[in-house]
Design a protein around this ligand. Structure first.
Ligand code: ZN
Length: 258
């Protein structure tokens, strides 16, 4: 294969991926986290319906498709060398990708630098969109299912952690450090009422405060925190969310406030 043919096939393959995955790359709206806000969100403002990273990658792809379609349009001539006007819906990225698939050979015959830039751009966007739509090859250690609420249901994608890296959900794009993920996954998995032992691990994950059984017992005896009944084995239960609030704020939250 000549270089131009090779480049044309790189461009075409990338464009097929773009056309296939552009729609799937947009996840359903991310509205809230089951317990607590988005990582690092200090304000009470609702998070963006779609992670900014996802919007940026889609817009950059659309912009480059538009750019290269414009490039081709300026070069189309008939057999006598007369410029021909061709039309494509510039607002429709999939139409632009399909248009460029038809003209991939033409793109590959541009100046080698331009042709390579085009192939690199398209390959990058294809990988980004495919990653958003179907997820990359799994890497890292599974830490649980994503509890971030998407529309009405939890996202549910498998979240994996790679040591030293920010952990990002492959489906909804929510990102946070391992500690934050562990706390939201645990909080969403734990029933509202837990034994003192489970309470200690939840409080430690969420507040980095390590309680002892004795401390919990004393707080309950002095009325600083309330007991929430007992399980079938007679073990005292506690409402972990309210205890976490107490440890964080120093005040026992009123019913319905937590
Ligand atoms: Zn998710």
């Amino acid at each position: 294969m000549s270089d131009a043919q090779d480049t044309a096939s790189r461009i075409r393959l990338a464009l097929y991926d773009i056309a296939e995955h552009f729609v799937g790359s947009l996840p359903l709206g991310v509205k809230a986290v089951n317990s607590g806000g988005m990582p690092g969100a200090a304000s009470k403002e609702a998070p963006l319906p779609v992670p900014a990273r996802v919007l940026d990658q889609r817009i950059e792809c659309h912009r480059d498709l538009h750019f290269w379609a414009g490039f081709i349009m300026g070069t189309v001539t008939d057999i006598r060398g007369q410029h021909i006007k061709v039309y494509v819906d510039a607002l429709d990225p999939i139409a632009l990708a399909r248009f460029l698939i038809v003209w991939a050979d033409q793109l590959a015959k541009l100046e080698p630098d331009d042709a390579n830039n085009c192939a690199d751009d398209m390959s990058k966007h294809a990988a980004n969109l495919k990653g958003l739509a179907v997820g990359d090859k799994p890497e890292g250690v599974v830490i649980g299912r994503c509890p971030v609420v998407v529309d009405v249901d939890p996202c549910g994608a498998t979240v994996r952690a790679i040591p030293g890296e920010q952990v990002t959900c492959p489906r909804c794009g929510t990102s946070g450090d391992v500690g934050w993920w562990q706390s939201v996954i645990l909080a969403s998995a734990a029933p509202p009422l837990v034994t003192a032992g489970d309470l200690i691990s939840i409080v430690a994950l969420e507040t980095r405060t390590v309680l002892t059984h004795e401390q919990i017992r004393q707080w309950a005896t002095r009325g600083k925190i309330e007991r929430a009944g007992a399980d079938v084995k007679g073990r005292t239960l506690y409402d972990h969310q309210r205890v976490v609030d107490f440890v964080t704020s120093g005040k026992w939250p009123e019913e319905g406030v937590a």
